[in-house]
Write a new protein. Structure first.
Length: 47
């Protein structure tokens, strides 16, 4: 079954600075997933 959400090697830069660096995530249908981290670590940018 294909994943409901899949991110592969995501890189996001602001002003040349990598704020998200090669993040991968795979979430299956029906799977409950939580993305945890301190404020400003890139959670919202990743999603």
């Amino acid at each position: 079954m294909p994943p409901r959400l899949e991110i592969r090697n995501l890189v996001r830069r602001f002003g040349g600075q990598a704020v998200v660096d090669h993040v991968s995530l795979r979430v299956a249908a029906g799977q409950v997933t939580c993305l945890l981290g301190p404020s400003g670590c890139g959670k919202s940018t990743t999603l």
